[in-house]
Design a protein around this ligand. Structure first.
Ligand SMILES: *Cc1c(COP(=O)(O)O)cnc(C)c1O
Length: 230
């Protein structure tokens, strides 16, 4: 077995253990393999082991991989989890299945307009800035409902949930508080928007905590593909 396959198994074991520890079912938590900066061959190795959802941060790099893998890995579900500038929105609308980083109406409108009619609506998560750090992208929690209402009206998009990149802190209590705040916001939103089924939070270092706080999709890069050299 190669390393990526072994690492994938370890990550699945971690998810199972975390789910069991808090009385959740492992099947309610999906794994997004974050393959940014890694070659298409690494994606293919994970695919061969059954992994189907992949996350990418950089649009052009991702589109190159998506095209390269189109015939050998036809049923990959590609998520954009990096920031999106409007001049790249067409490429994204034409190649991705999900965009997790929508935080303004203008981008949402462009993605909807540019989504090819023969493709299914693009799945969307609104990115929330739970830590309130000024340098971070994402909506403040108080802004989420208004944008959700607007995104729901756009024909090329399907609103699926919320995503957050919490503060990089070693303070587990603080991190847990931020993840729980996002979970509470998600639950309030889901009452009004029953189609919401995705709470994207948790990465290599904090997936157990994220699962305990209600994550339905953990985004894991390093623990599967190894560290990313600059
Ligand atoms: C890179 C990245 C990840 C994966 O982080 P790891 O620590 O390598 O697991 C998850 N989410 C986002 C938004 C990222 O940019």
């Amino acid at each position: 077995m190669n390393t990526i396959v072994q690492h994938l198994q370890l990550v699945h074991d971690r998810i199972t253990a975390a789910a069991t520890a808090c009385g959740r079912r492992e099947h309610d938590i999906q794994l997004l393999a974050v393959s940014k900066t890694k070659p298409a061959a690494d994606v293919q190795a994970a695919y061969a082991a059954g992994q189907r959802q992949f996350g990418e941060n950089y649009v052009q790099e991702a589109v190159d991989k998506i095209k390269a893998l189109k015939t050998t890995c036809p049923d990959i579900c590609w998520h954009l989890i990096g920031p999106l500038q409007s001049n790249k929105s067409r490429l994204v609308a034409e190649h991705f299945d999900w965009v997790q980083t929508v935080d303004r109406l203008k981008i949402a409108q462009r993605l909807s307009d540019q989504r090819p009619v023969h493709m299914r609506p693009l799945n969307i998560c609104l990115q929330v800035n739970v830590s309130g750090e000024a340098s971070k992208s994402g909506l403040l929690p108080a802004q989420v409902e208004a944008l959700a209402e607007q995104v729901t009206e756009l024909p090329g998009l399907r609103l699926r949930g919320l995503m957050a990149i919490p503060e990089a802190t070693g303070d587990r209590e603080k991190l847990g508080a931020q993840l729980l705040e996002l979970k509470q916001l998600f639950d309030r939103m889901a009452e009004k928007h029953p189609q919401l089924d995705t709470l994207s939070m948790g990465m290599s270092n904090d997936l157990e905590l994220a699962v305990a706080c209600g994550s339905t999709l953990v985004r894991v890069g390093t623990a599967i593909f190894g560290s990313r050299n600059p």
